[in-house]
Write a protein that binds this ligand. Structure first.
Ligand SMILES: NC(=O)c1ccc[n+]([C@@H]2O[C@H](COP(=O)([O-])OP(=O)(O)OC[C@H]3O[C@@H](n4cnc5c(N)ncnc54)[C@H](OP(=O)(O)O)[C@@H]3O)[C@@H](O)[C@H]2O)c1
Length: 313
């Protein structure tokens, strides 16, 4: 990749995509092409093909997907499997067909078996059953990884697959029904502070452990691996350390400055007991995360306050 490379970032207004665009610009890549969902529906095969033929990008970073938390995955399984299969099939195939030099596919840590040995290594893929609440999404993502590997094997297409852990940061979705845990907690504590509520109810027991990567770290890692990695093996992109949801809630509560109590609603599902990435391969490739969870939550809360009239909800 060089400063003249014509890079298509699919999903550039999303949490990951917008951070990838920021990281590319920081590193001097300014020949970027983007399309909003309404300008180009990536589930539309003919439209995607026409776009690639017209634009002829040299590099593609696929950060467009139908994404959501436990509730959204469980409620809209058909949309999660269909949209994600369609988006990635259309983009990967058209990218190869139009002669793209390199494609980066973003998967997710949820592709690993529910009871994978922790921290999860890349070779635990397909060694056991998935977490049932998000298997629709996970199966689509696994198909995307396999498609990248198949196109590399059969056609020599330079497609790489990166598996980010849970992301958070500026541009996140703060909808209380279908967002991820960190932005949902941030908004809940913020609103509870404003309303002087005596308590905040937290989904589940609080005991599951999760790993959180700030999106600007993800953007940095994606650019680094696009520049330096070309192989069929998937690469975990994480921090390598995790916290319990309870610890996370305490941290968010302190950053927001909420003074009430935290109460657990144990009727709500917990999901996978622990999800921590093994990041040995990533370290060997010369990258590690630079933003601590505390710094990241503070930065995200600042962004939330500055964008409180326009954030996604
Ligand atoms: N967020 C995480 O914690 C996380 C963790 C691991 C991996 N990832 C991966 O990172 C990637 C991006 O996730 P994200 O969190 O950035 O999601 P996001 O914020 O929801 O962004 C996804 C983007 O894709 C676009 N999009 C969705 N369907 C589309 C379609 N049919 N045609 C065109 N554009 C479409 C969305 O546009 P609209 O909003 O206009 O529909 C949005 O801009 C995904 O592959 C996901 O698996 C995310």
């Amino acid at each position: 990749m060089n400063p003249e490379s014509k890079i298509y970032v699919a999903g550039h207004r999303g949490l990951a995509g917008s951070a990838i665009v920021r990281a590319l610009k920081r590193k001097g890549y300014n020949n970027l092409i983007t399309r909003t969902h309404s300008e180009l529906d990536l589930t539309d095969q003919l439209a995607v093909q026409a776009f690639f033929e017209a634009e002829q990008p040299t590099h593609v970073i696929l950060a467009a997907a139908k994404v959501g938390g436990i509730h959204a995955n469980d409620t809209y399984p058909a949309e999660f499997i269909r949209d994600n299969l369609a988006i990635q099939t259309n983009v990967i195939h058209s990218a190869w067909q139009s002669g793209v030099d390199k494609l980066v596919f973003l998967g997710s840590s949820c592709i690993y078996p529910k009871f994978a040995e922790q921290p999860m290594r890349e070779d635990s893929l397909l060694t056991g059953p998935l977490e049932p609440t998000n298997e629709w999404y996970a199966i689509a993502k696994i198909a995307g990884i396999k498609m990248c590997q198949a196109y590399r094997k059969q056609y020599g297409f330079d497609a790489i697959s990166l598996m980010p852990t849970n992301l958070y940061g500026p541009g996140d979705n703060f909808n209380l029904e279908n967002s991820h845990v960190l932005p949902a907690l941030l908004r809940k504590f913020h609103e509870a502070k404003l309303n002087h509520d005596p308590q905040v109810v937290m989904w589940g027991t609080g005991s599951p452990k999760r790993e959180f990567l700030h999106v600007d770290d993800l953007g940095d890692a994606v650019v680094h691996l696009t520049e330096h990695y070309s192989d069929s093996d998937i690469v975990n992109v994480g921090v390598g350390t995790d916290v319990s949801i309870r610890e996370l809630a305490e941290l968010v509560k302190n950053v927001v400055g909420y003074e009430g109590d935290i109460v657990n609603d144990t009727s709500k599902p917990d999901g996978t007991p622990r999800k921590l990435m093994n990041v040995d391969r990533l370290s060997e490739l010369g990258w590690s995360a630079g933003i601590s969870l505390k710094q990241g939550v503070e930065n995200t809360y600042e962004w939330f306050l500055q964008n409180k009239d326009s954030y996604r909800s």
